[in-house]
Design a protein around this ligand. Structure first.
Ligand code: NAD
Length: 338
């Protein structure tokens, strides 16, 4: 993988910032395109990347970042998090659909290949786990805002594949499964549990904590993304980039308590009572990641214990993150998904 010119949309966000650091580390020339500024703790990015602040719905602004000579566009910009899907469903749809269309069009114009970040959410609540890349999508009604993200991301996948078929754009889709690690907003199951534990507050458990997830450390997700960007057979393909180790939310919360050496009884939230029909949980979420292992030679290397230990050490060393407001205070429901 020789050095390239790369653009990372959403490069100031959680996954994007780690990707930017990896790319800079490999000697790539990196442009970060994001609607927000690059936070102060992203020192490498601030010192070594070019930054274009703008909205992916604005094609002219995007054209200032995705210029001729760019080799790869990593498209990660999106509205992420259940608290966000419930509060801003229109933005979730618009930014994913209109924004992704603009990114793909501009990449095609300048001859860049594209890696599009998608999500396990596209499978919805399909009970037939583990999900291969071609598994069915099983969703709830359109009256439940929580499915906007799944539907919008699925539409971006269709768009991506359609640009490949109709225009010959070389593009690959990577689906992340509950990525976690340093810098993640404390609005997701693990980040919020760590944040609460280190602030002396009990974990929040939704509906008894029996739902399962396959938590994937961010470095492993990044590795899969890079392999997908450079593998000669990856164009036009979709890959599940997620751990296959299934863990209940309750067990994950207990592991966080052990590793943070906190002994706080969890707070139980009945999601039906708290949110009514706007929300619906996914009971089990497990990828079949054999395609990524077979074609990309990708492996999920980091155990949950190791990834959490590294994330907790980072959190302890970053008091600004611990002082971040706990997003769950505004909405009780951010733990259950992705
Ligand atoms: N973190 C996960 O577990 C996970 C799981 C599945 C999929 N994904 C996907 O990975 C990508 C990155 O997720 P993340 O967890 O880093 O989220 P994040 O919220 O930390 O980062 C998203 C970034 O996109 C930017 N952004 C939002 N709207 C924009 C717009 N209109 N124009 C330009 N930039 C905009 C935000 O400012 C933010 O920096 C997303 O596409 C998400 O759907 C993440």
């Amino acid at each position: 993988m020789s050095p390239t010119r790369a653009v990372v949309t959403g490069g100031a966000g959680f996954v994007g910032s780690h990707l930017v650091e990896r790319l800079i580390g490999r000697g790539d020339e990196v442009t970060v395109f994001d609607s927000g500024p690059v936070p102060h703790d992203q020192r490498l990015s601030r010192e070594h990347a070019r930054h274009v602040e703008g909205d992916i719905r604005d094609p002219a602004r995007l054209a200032e970042a995705i210029t001729r000579g760019v080799d790869v566009v990593y498209h990660l910009a999106a509205v992420v998090g259940v608290d966000q899907y419930l509060a801003r469903p229109l933005d979730v749809i618009d930014i994913n659909f209109l924004g992704t269309r603009n990114v793909l069009e501009q990449a095609l114009r300048v001859g860049a290949r594209v890696v599009v970040a998608s999500t396990s959410e596209v499978f919805g609540k399909n009970p037939a786990v583990p999900w291969s890349e071609d598994a069915d999508r099983v969703l709830g009604p359109t009256s439940a805002d929580r499915w906007t993200y799944s539907s919008a991301k699925a539409l971006t996948e269709h768009l991506t594949l359609a640009f490949g078929r109709q225009h010959g754009l070389e593009a690959t889709i990577v689906r992340y499964f509950n990525a976690y690690g340093p810098r993640q907003r404390p609005a997701f199951m693990l980040s919020r549990s760590i944040h609460r534990a280190l602030n002396g507050r009990p974990a929040v458990l939704y509906d008894k904590g029996e739902q399962t997830r396959c938590f994937t450390f961010v470095d492993d997700a990044i590795e899969g993304t890079l392999l997908a960007a450079f593998h000669p057979a990856a164009g036009g393909e979709t890959f599940n980039v997620g751990s296959m180790v299934e863990t209940t939310m309750g067990d994950a919360a207990r592991l966080v308590a052990t590793l943070t050496e906190t002994d706080l009884a969890g707070v139980a939230v009945d999601t039906r009572a708290a949110l009514g029909s706007a929300y619906e949980d996914v009971p089990r979420r497990i990828p079949d990641n054999s395609k990524a292992r077979r074609i990309l030679n990708w492996e999920c290397r980091t155990s949950l214990r190791e990834g959490l230990t590294r994330t907790i050490a980072w959190a302890r060393a970053n008091p600004w993150w611990l002082a971040h407001p706990d997003n769950g205070a505004a909405l009780p429901l951010d733990a259950a998904t992705r």
